[in-house]
Design a protein around this ligand. Structure first.
Ligand SMILES: NC(=O)c1ccc[n+]([C@@H]2O[C@H](COP(=O)([O-])OP(=O)(O)OC[C@H]3O[C@@H](n4cnc5c(N)ncnc54)[C@H](O)[C@@H]3O)[C@@H](O)[C@H]2O)c1
Length: 448
């Protein structure tokens, strides 16, 4: 079997490697010649695929910028970006361009699968007409399906192999054809009746996360005012063995998916005179979080009699999630911009991000970033950074991820609570005062 993959990014490259490892010949087509050159050289730019693993598979991957190389493959998987325009509407440009590329080489009997996240109706209404410009009829002369990618960058317990794959074809035969393809790399295939059901299932997964994160973020803003520790509340609620699923608050949402995908559905819903209020509300609350976090940083500095202007603030972690180097839509970008706008001298440490786009900043070694800092802000808690060791080394620590909470836990007031004492070593207690959950803890730590 020979397959084509269009778009060798976070989704396409791991897919290419998985198929190559399963003995399938892969043509990897991308418009970015640097990416193509890197794949050919066995140099991975995606953290989930080590260069060593890529080099093991690259013999079976023909990475190319030449669309003609896709001619004659048995199946093509389209994995191109689906961003939003400046007006927050679906930007289908890359997807339509990819569709035209595939149409140019499509032949009878081929399978085309769209993997890019998008609104229900895209496959049937936007992709199929382009493919049919080849003169072939979808569902009759060639097969078409939608199958959403579920990759969670940085995750190792659930992989492509053991994460069920949803497949929805234009016809039952299309579904079966796509299912047979994915069975090569995936243990469980979940068949749905249409591309639309598959498209919406992916959006539901992301909207579910977005709404639940917004819920705890809203509660975090409320508990800040009420003087209640949100982390303790969540820890307690999470002991319920059924009917509750834990979500943690944070500085806001980032990445290619969560801040973008839900709005594909709201846009589509408007065509049906329908307002998706949960989506809009969740987006609004999550977008507020960087502002709330900066207000907390201002207050924490105020507690040690420092204005933001002129203070040196070390940001720890600027990618959108722990363990990865992706800064797309990362709330750290907003936090850095807001602090810089207030006159802070911002530095950052992130072992995964050498340079922060648009800020002119480069990652400093941890010790250098903390040297002389008035405050350290844990925005993204990479597992390789010892955050406990940061506590006590700077006058103020603002922990937006709750990762320093275990320090001293249990020493005084049981699970989750170390507000009334704890054992923070070397704690130059910032501001000193116990100011409720929103205020500084021993060691100068302020939690979200
Ligand atoms: N990153 C994730 O964690 C994730 C998870 C699930 C789903 N998705 C979805 O998968 C899709 C792809 O996301 P990604 O993160 O892999 O994006 P990405 O930006 O990492 O990769 C996309 C690649 O497509 C290439 N490309 C763009 N236009 C092209 C064209 N016309 N022809 C050929 N190549 C083209 C780009 O050069 C890039 O290398 C998106 O719809 C996204 O929402 C992403």
């Amino acid at each position: 079997m020979r397959i084509g993959i269009v778009g060798l990014g976070y989704v396409g490259l791991p897919l290419a490697v998985a198929f190559a490892e399963a003995g399938v010949e892969v043509v990897g087509f991308d418009v970015d010649s640097r990416r193509v050159a890197a794949v050919s050289a066995g140099d991975s730019y995606i953290e989930d695929v080590s260069s060593e693993r890529l080099r093991g598979a690259v013999g079976a991957i023909d990475a190319t910028t030449q669309p003609d190389a896709l001619a004659g493959v048995d199946a093509v998987l389209i994995c191109v970006p689906t961003p939003l325009t400046a007006n927050r509407e679906p930007e289908l440009g890359p997807l339509l361009a990819a569709g035209r590329t595939v149409a140019g080489v499509l032949r009878e009997g081929e399978l085309v699968v769209l993997e890019s996240t998008t609104y229900p109706g895209t496959t049937r209404e936007r992709l199929v007409p382009l493919l049919e410009e080849s003169g072939l009829a979808a569902g009759r002369d060639f097969h078409v399906a939608f199958s959403p990618e579920r990759v969670d960058p940085g995750r190792t317990d659930y992989t492509m192999r053991n994460t069920p794959k949803v497949v929805g074809g234009l016809t039952a035969a299309c579904t079966e054809r796509a299912a047979a393809l994915y069975e090569v790399i995936c243990d469980e295939i979940v068949r749905v009746s249409s591309p639309e059901a598959a498209e919406l299932s992916k959006l539901l997964e992301n909207i579910f996360r977005s709404v639940n994160i917004a819920l705890v973020n809203e509660l975090a803003m409320l508990t800040d005012r009420m003087g209640i520790d949100i982390w303790e509340v969540i820890d307690a609620a999470a002991t319920k063995p059924y009917g509750f699923m834990r979500f943690d608050p944070g500085p806001g949402m980032g990445g290619h998916c969560m801040p973008v995908d839900p709005f594909y559905l709201s846009w589509r819903a408007r065509e049906f005179d329908f307002a998706t209020e949960f989506i809009e509300l969740a987006g609004k609350i999550n977008q507020q979080m960087p502002y709330h976090c900066v207000a907390k940083i201002e207050r924490a500095l105020n507690d040690v009699a420092k204005p933001v202007r002129g203070s040196r603030v070390a940001i720890l972690g600027v990618s959108y999630k722990a363990g990865v180097g992706d800064t797309r839509e990362s709330p750290a970008l907003k936090i850095v911009a807001l602090l810089t706008g207030l006159g802070a001298d911002v530095v950052y440490h992130d072992p995964h991000v050498a340079e922060l786009p648009g800020s002119g900043l480069r990652s400093q070694p941890l010790a250098a970033a903390l040297e002389g800092a008035d405050a350290a802000v844990i925005v993204t808690a990479h597992p390789s950074v010892d955050h406990d060791a940061v506590v006590g080394r700077v006058p103020v620590v603002v922990d937006l991820r709750g990762v320093t909470r275990s320090r001293g836990r249990g020493a005084t007031d049981g699970a989750g609570g170390d507000r009334a004492g704890g054992d923070r070593a070397g704690g130059a207690v910032a501001g000193g005062a116990e100011t409720g959950a929103g205020g500084a803890r021993p060691g100068g730590v302020t939690l979200l």
